[in-house]
Design a protein around this ligand. Structure first.
Ligand code: FAD
Ligand code: SF4
Length: 480
């Protein structure tokens, strides 16, 4: 074991520098700086190089974390990057936005008593160093293959699959209804978690590697699934989930009650320099308003923190469970609290009040009852515990369900699960349609970027096997 490892006993866990909340509240820049080289070495050296690395087990990509920590501690950054990139198509993104407290870092064995290694921060540092030193290369294959693959969706799932297939030499066309590459990385997740230049840099690299992007192209209206199948040897559907869940409460039709993704997409668009009329007329702008966000997931956290930055007068988050039972990352809650957000735990909206437009939310206090079949305690309203919070803007952030893909894609024969996600074979990721695969949120339901990347990589493997078999079968027929 090199002498610069196992330092967790004497070296404290340090995150990269975090900007002061007062400064963060005034802009949309990322809140963490990069590690400097000495700090990265020092923090990587805290790794205990344990025999069974639970960080790796609990990383959806099974990243070889102990190895790249060891190489970073030794200053061998190019090798560290090679290892990090071997299992992850976007380590610079995951290092920034994975909920590490629930994944790799949450399962670090030194977490008990010594606080985990800062794995995400080091993953980001290694990859930013690699970009700065020109080690990150476009996916240029050693030889071109004749088969082509069409991918619906330029989110992380589609992009990971596209890169993996392009590296093998396939011809790649990615279709997206948005006007930019990145899916929710661009139009969902705000800048203060992931600056858009990071996504643009990755997209440029893929384009340089020969992947063709067809933007503003909605599969269903501009092109049917049948046309895509005729055009390509295999098709991957990685279109994400976009139907927002709603609150069924009186008054939910009042003006100034908006959906989270409309609000966040608008904020991201204005940050990118686009003109959005509903922002300019104030509908999707929190400036000077009392804002209430309903929900407790990552999307709700992004809404409250965006509202703070837009200059809201007050920002409250109503969530029906308590802090430890919320689905959002605990780190994000802490950041939001530091930035001035008030969490009203164990509370649910009962009615939206106002004349024409919303003026307040009548809420009810909840208690957690017995656990249901999923093991989660179900919230129950406490009778007579109503209270009202003032609100000029209410943002509903209750999660997402899939769109009706068979209807949208004009492919009624495409099979779905009972949750409306696309049904695919567990091992091959192929749908019930020959040569049509599916990956990411549209298969597993709203999830995480790192899982979409994992699915994209697995789907690429499977598509490669399928196309190899298809080419071999065609060659055999031709030889007869
Ligand atoms: C607000 C918000 C914050 C989040 N924060 C985090 C976070 O901090 N960390 C994390 O890990 N995860 C986070 N997530 C979840 C994460 O963004 C998703 O799990 C991930 O992006 C899913 O990737 P995907 O490729 O499956 O789909 P998407 O990223 O949704 O990409 C799908 C793409 O398909 C395109 N598309 C859809 N239909 C069509 C069509 N008919 N024709 C052409 N194109 C189409 C869409 O335009 C989109 O570009 C967040 C999600 C949201 C909404
Ligand atoms: S990809 Fe995510 S879970 Fe895996 S090591 Fe990186 S930050 Fe941790």
């Amino acid at each position: 074991m090199p002498r610069n490892l196992l330092k967790f006993v004497n070296t404290e866990m340090r995150m990269p520098e975090k900007r002061e909340a007062e400064a963060r509240r005034r802009d949309f820049r990322e809140i963490f700086a990069d590690f400097d080289p000495e700090r990265a070495k020092e923090q990587a050296g805290r790794c205990s190089q344990c025999g069974v690395p639970f960080c790796q087990v609990h990383c959806p990509l099974h990243n070889n974390i102990p190895d790249w920590l060891m190489l970073t501690a030794e200053g061998r950054l190019e090798e560290a990057y090679e290892i990090a990139a071997a299992t992850n198509n976007m380590p610079e993104v995951c290092g920034r936005i994975c909920p590490q407290d629930r994944l790799c870092e949450g399962n670090c064995v030194i977490e008990k008593g010594f606080r985990s290694v800062t794995i995400g921060g080091i993953e980001k540092y290694i990859t930013e160093t690699a970009f700065n030193r020109g080690w990150v290369k476009p996916p240029r294959p050693p030889r071109e293959l004749g088969s082509s693959v069409g991918i619906v969706g330029a989110g992380p799932g589609g992009l990971a699959a596209a890169e993996e297939l392009r590296r093998r030499g396939y011809q790649l066309d990615v279709y997206d209804r948005y006007d930019r590459v990145g899916g929710l990385l661009v139009y969902g997740i705000p800048n203060f978690k992931l600056e858009k230049s990071v996504v643009e840099r990755r997209a440029r690299l893929l384009e340089e590697g020969g992947i063709r992007f067809h933007l503003n192209c909605q599969v269903g209206s501009d092109l049917s699934l049948a046309e895509l199948r005729a055009r390509h040897d295999a098709v991957l559907i990685a279109c994400g989930v976009y139907t927002a869940r709603d609150v069924a409460a009186p008054g939910s039709g009042l003006a100034n009650i908006v959906q989270a993704l409309d609000y966040l997409t608008t904020s991201n668009r204005t940050g990118l320099g686009d003109r959005v009329p509903r922002f300019e007329d104030g509908t999707l702008n929190a400036a000077g308003k009392h804002v209430v966000v309903v929900g407790g997931g990552d999307t709700a956290m992004d809404c409250v923190r965006t509202a703070v930055r837009q200059g809201a007068k007050s920002v409250k988050c109503l969530y029906r469970r308590n802090r430890i039972n919320m689905p959002g990352s605990q780190r994000e809650v802490l950041h939001a609290e530091e930035e001035g957000v008030e969490f009203v735990w164990l509370s649910a909206p009962e009615a939206f009040l106002g004349e024409g437009k919303v003026g307040g939310v009548r809420a009810v206090r909840m208690r957690l009852g017995v656990a249901d079949t999923s093991g989660r305690q179900s919230p129950q309203a406490i009778e007579g515990s109503h209270f009202t919070v003032p609100a000029d803007l209410v943002i509903k952030a209750l999660g997402f369900d899939p769109e009706d893909v068979p209807t949208l894609f004009k492919a009624p024969e495409l099979e779905l699960t009972r949750w409306g996600t696309i049904k695919s074979d567990f091992h091959t990721m192929m749908t019930n349609l020959d040569g049509v695969f599916a990956a990411g949120d549209i298969v597993r339901g709203a999830s995480l970027v790192v899982w979409a990347i994992r699915d994209g990589r697995d789907a690429a493997q499977s598509i490669h096997r399928f196309l190899k078999a298809k080419t071999a079968a065609q060659a055999a027929v031709a030889a007869e």
